[in-house]
Write a protein that binds this ligand. Structure first.
Ligand SMILES: *Cc1c(COP(=O)(O)O)cnc(C)c1O
Length: 468
């Protein structure tokens, strides 16, 4: 017999109390509000001293359970200084900020703690997912039959899109990848530009193609695939294009590449992590002209749209290929006539990303999304002009949010980058561009103001002086 005392343990009683009193949530929200209040005094990056304080976490797994408030206290204290805020003066990678409404919606979603795998698990998450699918399709003007899956980010979205491509292209060649696997399958050709984002090659290899089998296409000085260097395409081809080069922001020529691909029976996937959002602006949708001719697209909510992190989307105009590639069986899967999110993603249990994605789009509306897209780019343009006036070398055509900057010598660029990163005033990353060290600037947060840019310019000037 199980002793009754183990059926209602002290631990369980404590958790019931913590839930009912809401004491932990109050403690966490107090800490969160203090964080928001202090955000403008927060350095752009944790100091060395702060980072050293993380050593406090190097403990063995405790034997005994502890009080919830101890856990929240330690986390709130260490996180307040050692988290990085992607605020107005953060220009690293392509890290967007988070819209307040999206954070609030996510907070609510966290309390609901929904599993978005199946309709029966969470009707609200499923309904919001359908709405997001519809809205994104309209916003980007994609074909009517397009479906969407909500994943962690563009990396997994690209994996999903390429899995759909592999499924469809092999089926055209008379091969069922799901039943017969890759071994012995007809050879598929992967065609992509030399400037493709690193996550794409990673997903290509994960799908069993091997980097050596990629047919690399040369790119022009901006990182766009050179259309006349495209090899002859056929039904065995998967072509990967990009809307927004991660350094230069450049967009491939979708209209002409997609139309050649379509007449040859090739599949086109577009990595549009941050750049696909250009399609939502009448001012910038020239950049995405022709995207509707592709078969799949990956895009992030957590970049240009500024949803909180972990919000990517795979869009695919061939639903049968996507669901065929990602199909899951199991007698306990209770499929419904409604939307079951797991049909469109590699994973099963997932948090309900649709909640904050929906909240962001509902809040901004069509005109707000377009205004956000335009503002990010106008800020980038302004920053690039000011940098140029101050004698920095801006190496790219600033077409969408991204600026590539360098000093006259590589060594000075590298030293200047170090000085910027330790300035605590603003933060930028570095990269190699056409064989040279550069500084990358991405204007990707709704919070960035002209004052942030003017201050960042002063940081750049001071950093150049320090590295003279
Ligand atoms: C950020 C980015 C990715 C990777 O997206 P994640 O959301 O980080 O997985 C891929 N491609 C481009 C162009 C990107 O900017």
């Amino acid at each position: 017999m199980v002793p009754h005392s183990t059926l209602l343990s002290d631990l369980q009683l404590r958790m019931i109390e913590e839930l009912e009193s809401k004491s932990l949530f109050k403690q966490a929200s107090d800490a969160a509000f203090t964080y928001i209040d202090n955000a403008h005094n927060k350095p752009a990056y944790p100091s060395l001293g702060d980072l050293n304080s993380l050593a406090e976490l190097e403990q063995d797994l405790p034997d005994a359970a502890t009080n919830g408030s101890n856990v929240i206290e330690q986390l709130a204290r260490l996180g307040a200084t050692n988290s990085v805020k992607y605020s107005g003066s953060y220009f690293g990678f392509v890290n967007g900020g988070a819209l307040p409404v999206a954070l609030a919606a996510k907070w609510l979603a966290d309390i609901w703690d929904q599993n978005a795998a199946l309709y029966v698990m969470s009707p609200i998450a499923a309904k919001l997912e359908s709405q997001c699918e519809k809205w994104l399709k309209q916003l980007f003007a994609l074909p009517k039959g397009t479906v969407a899956g909500l994943v962690g980010g563009t990396s997994v979205a690209t994996l999903s899109g390429l899995a759909a491509a592999r499924y469809r292209q092999l089926s055209k060649l008379g091969w069922d990848i799901s039943e017969d696997g890759l071994s012995g399958a007809p050879k598929l050709r992967i065609i992509m530009g030399r400037q493709t984002h690193g996550t794409v090659a990673k997903m290509v290899t994960l799908l069993g193609f091997g980097r050596r089998s990629i047919e690399w296409v040369d790119c022009d000085a901006q990182g766009r695939m050179e259309v006349d260097k495209l090899p002859k395409l056929d039904q065995s081809c998967i072509v990967i294009l990009q809307a927004g080069n991660v350094c230069s922001g450049a967009f491939d020529d979708f209209a002409s590449i997609c139309s050649s691909a379509n007449s040859a029976g090739a599949w086109v996937h577009i990595d549009g992590a941050f750049g696909l959002w250009a399609a939502a602006s009448a001012q910038f949708n020239k950049l995405t002209n022709g995207i509707e001719l592709a078969q799949s697209w990956s895009v992030d909510g957590h970049k240009t749209l500024n949803t909180p992190y972990d919000c990517g989307v795979i869009l695919c105009s061939d639903p049968q290929a996507l669901t065929g590639a990602l199909h899951q069986q199991g007698s306990y899967i209770q499929a419904s006539d409604n939307r079951d999110g797991l049909d469109f993603t590699p994973d099963m249990s997932r948090r309900a990303r649709s909640i904050e994605l929906w909240a962001s789009m509902k809040y901004l509306g069509r005109s707000g999304i377009s205004a956000l897209v335009e503002q990010l780019h106008h800020h980038a343009k302004y920053f690039a002009e000011q940098l140029h006036l101050q004698g920095f070398n801006v190496l790219n055509e600033v077409v969408f949010n991204q600026i590539i900057v360098a000093c006259d010598s590589q060594q000075q660029t590298e030293e200047m980058l170090k000085a910027i990163q330790s300035s605590q005033q603003c933060w930028c990353g570095g990269a190699t561009w056409q064989g040279k060290s550069i500084i990358r600037i991405s204007v990707c947060s709704w919070e960035t103001t002209k004052t942030d840019l003017d201050n960042a310019l002063q940081t750049f000037i001071a950093a150049r002086k320090a590295s003279d």
